[in-house]
Each structure stands twice: as structure tokens, then as C-alpha cells.
Design a protein around this ligand. Structure first.
Ligand SMILES: Nc1ncnc2c1ncn2[C@@H]1O[C@H](COP(=O)(O)OP(=O)(O)OP(=O)(O)O)[C@@H](O)[C@H]1O
Length: 397
């Protein structure tokens, strides 16, 4: 579920980036009336007996235990702000599933109910063909909303990490990009905006991989290896921050590094904010590095200008009251004057223009790839390419 607002930066290790997340205020209205899973949890004795949650409201479990009489807990697949995801064996359907066990805290329970609504809309409209994770069912167990999902493989972020941030080959990035844009186009057609697209929320469908020799050798001349997924199929997860058409568009959304300029400037946001995130993700997949490694607004805007050119004047002039301080006389970015440190100035200066960056990492297709990226990373949201337009770009075809 989205906990948009992560501010993890250069100073912190990459592995810490999943953890440092500021929680969005999720006190939005949502039904408290939760359904019970068939009769299972309600009528049969729960096994194991009831235990106290931990102090953060997480469900406490041991591997191998039953989770309701129907499921057996096999492993912990992930943990987010909103709960833990457990790999379980479903005795009834005789299959592996992933169960998100949401923390027993009201605001997370309410957010989970919104995520269930979104998952149901996505599933109803598409009957299992979409590139969005499929919800199988949900239930309320000892005050924890539990969402049962089809089990998927690791996230693109975990895959990159496992490869020590060695980039994916461009042909694989093309495959990921096409599928990602298909899922975003599908959501936008349904008037839904994901608002928290990032490599952590894109999962490979299969866990199978191949180990291939890498060209780099270390000082002892030992051969290095890298992993490649056997299949490029991916699906989107985490619809806890998804916005409906009629929702307020002034809040801060999206994990910091994937956040569009209109959000930072307080201009309000809409469908284009997802396309900006897709642009940041594709650069990261082909370079192995986050494009905007920052956790601060002014530095973030300076990085955007360095990579993509100056912010349009009409955006600067409409900046919200809290964002005008980033500009001198309402005309140009207060940079480097407003930088908080020399290190920050250096971090901005070492960034390349987008086209140069892409040519460094991508051999063939660099020209068409950077053209697509320039469309996705257009600073002005009204001129940014839409998901449907991006899907017919030559790079993807
Ligand atoms: N269907 C699934 N199959 C396999 N693993 C999954 C599945 N769903 C989630 N996970 C794993 O669990 C992690 C947390 O899931 P998710 O992002 O939905 O939870 P969250 O609490 O909303 O997290 P966040 O704090 O990032 O918003 C994912 O990063 C992923 O590693």
C-alpha cells in the first residue's frame, strides 16, 4: 500500500531506501464494515490461538504455523508500512498465495479497504488479463484486514539489488517499459491514478532466473555473474495510494524520487504524474541508479533542471505559497544560492543531460529510448506524453 513520501537519499545506503518512508495521512473516509472470509475465520477455532500484536500493530506469527485453518504460513515475502506479506499454502485451492496482513490500526484498515475497492475494479474490468496483481479474496482476521493475492516473484528493485545495481539490458527494459505503460494506460482508462509507481511496486510474475557471466572481472580476475529473469512478465502491485477521479489533487503523493515537478510545486496533479514516475523508473532500470537521488525539494528541482532544462515560466509563476521560496523574484530557481551544502551542489553538477546519460548506458536504440524518455519526463504535465501515446512510440515497437 502506498506510503508515498519516501525521502531516502544519497547519504543512506540503497538498502535503506525501502525503509525510510514518511507516512501519508490516510485518514480518508472508508468503510469500517469489513466482511469475514466465508465462514472460516468466524466459525472454526483459529489455529494457532490468539496472540498479542506487536506494538506497531503487526500480526505476530511463526513460520510453519496456520494462519486461519485454511492457510499455512511458509515465508515472509515482504514488509511495508501497512503490513506484512506472507507466502501461504492455501489448503482449499491447493496453491501458493501471497497474503497481505494489514496492521491492526484503524487508518491502515481504512486504507486497506480502499485498496480492496481498487483491486476489485481492476479485476472486474479485466478478468485476469491485466498486468495488475490479482486479488483472490479478502477477510478480517483478529482485527487484521488480510488481502489474498496471486503469488508473484521478486520486485524489480530487489532484482537490481541482487545484481548489485547492475543495469538490465536495454531489450529487457523495453519489455518492462511496454508492460508498465500498458498497466498504466489500463488504470487511466478506468479513471484511476496509481500515484506510487516505483521499482519496488513492479513484481516479476515468475521467480525463475538464469545466471550469466558478467564481463567485469575483479582484481583476482575471478568471473562475475549476474542474474537475469527467465521471463520478462511483470505486474503492478500496491494500489493503496491509487486516486479516484473525484479525489482531492492537492496532497503530496508519490515516493520522493519518482515525484513529478507539478507535485513539488503544489500545482495539483493528475494522470501525467504516473508517466513522470515511469520515466524515472525506466532510466533507473537501464542505469542501475535512481535518476533523482535526493530527499529535498530545492535540490530535486535543481536536479530536474540540470537533466531536463529549465522549468517553464508558467509553472514557476503558479507555484504554491510553500514552493515560491525555491525561486528568486518568482523567475528562476534559487540555485546554487539556496543549496544546503557543497555536497548538494556537487551532486547536482555531476548529473548529465538526459540524452548523454542514456547514451552512456544504452548501446543500440539509445536515440529512440531517449526520445521516449524526454516525452515521459516533460516538465510541463500538460505536454507530457500520455500512456496510450507512449505505447505507440518506436522504442516500444
Ligand atoms: N502478490 C505478491 N506476491 C509476492 N510478493 C508480494 C506480493 N505483494 C506484495 N509482495 C511483497 O511484499 C512487499 C510489500 O507489499 P506492498 O507494497 O503491497 O505493501 P505495503 O505495506 O503497501 O508497502 P509500502 O510500504 O511499500 O507501501 C512488496 O514489496 C513485495 O516484495
Amino acid at each position: 500500500m502506498g506510503s508515498s513520501g519516501a525521502d531516502h537519499g544519497r547519504g543512506e545506503g540503497r538498502d535503506a531506501r525501502k525503509r525510510r518512508r514518511l507516512e501519508r495521512d490516510l485518514d480518508s473516509p472508508g468503510s469500517e464494515a469489513v466482511r469475514d472470509d466465508g465462514a472460516a475465520a468466524a466459525t472454526r477455532p483459529a489455529s494457532p490461538p490468539w496472540r498479542e500484536d506487536d506494538r506497531d500493530g503487526h500480526y505476530v506469527f511463526e513460520l510453519g504455523e496456520d494462519f486461519t485453518p485454511r492457510y499455512k504460513i511458509l515465508s515472509k515475502m515482504g514488509e511495508g508500512t501497512f503490513g506484512r506479506v506472507l507466502e501461504c499454502w492455501d489448503r482449499e485451492k491447493r496453491e501458493h498465495v501471497a497474503i497481505k496482513v494489514v496492521r491492526s490500526i484503524n487508518k491502515y484498515r481504512r486504507a486497506a479497504m480502499i485498496e480492496i475497492d481498487v483491486l476489485n475494479i481492476l479485476a472486474r474490468s479485466d478478468k485476469g488479463r491485466s498486468r495488475c496483481v490479482q486479488i483472490l479474496r479478502w477477510f478480517d482476521y483478529h482485527n487484521h484486514i488480510c488481502i489474498v493475492f496471486e503469488k508473484l516473484g521478486s520486485s524489480l528493485f530487489d532484482f537490481l539489488k541482487r545484481n548489485r545495481y547492475h543495469p538490465f539490458p536495454v531489450d529487457l527494459v523495453r519489455e518492462f517499459g511496454r508492460q508498465l505503460l500498458e498497466s498504466v494506460a489500463y488504470m487511466h482508462d478506468l479513471h484511476l491514478i496509481h500515484t506510487d509507481l516505483k521499482p519496488e511496486n513492479i513484481l516479476l510474475v515468475s521467480s525463475e532466473y538464469v545466471k550469466v557471466p558478467s564481463y567485469k572481472r575483479n582484481s583476482q580476475d575471478a568471473m562475475h555473474f549476474r542474474y537475469l529473469p527467465k521471463s520478462s512478465a511483470i505486474k503492478l502491485i500496491d494500489f493503496g495510494s491509487t486516486a479516484f477521479e473525484d479525489q482531492d489533487r492537492s496532497s503530496i503523493v508519490t515516493t520522493r524520487q519518482y515525484r513529478a515537478p507539478e507535485i513539488i510545486l503544489g500545482l495539483g496533479w493528475d494522470y501525467p504524474c504516473d508517466l513522470w514516475s515511469v520515466g524515472c523508473i525506466l532510466v533507473e532500470l537501464c542505469s542501475g541508479e535512481q535518476l533523482f537521488q535526493t530527499h529535498e525539494n530545492l535540490e530535486h528541482l535543481a536536479m530536474m533542471e540540470r537533466v531536463l532544462g529549465p522549468l517553464p515560466n508558467h509553472m514557476i509563476q503558479r507555484a504554491s505559497r510553500s514552493a515560491v521560496k525555491y525561486f528568486r523574484r518568482g523567475a528562476r530557481l534559487n540555485w546554487p544560492e539556496g543549496a544546503i551544502s557543497r555536497e548538494s551542489i556537487r551532486a547536482v553538477r555531476k548529473l548529465d543531460r538526459l540524452r548523454d546519460l542514456v547514451f552512456q548506458y544504452v548501446g543500440h536504440s539509445a536515440a529512440s529510448f531517449s526520445d521516449l524518455l524526454l516525452g515521459l519526463l516533460t516538465l510541463d504535465p500538460s505536454r507530457r506524453v500520455t500512456a496510450r501515446e507512449a505505447l505507440v512510440h518506436p522504442f516500444l515497437n
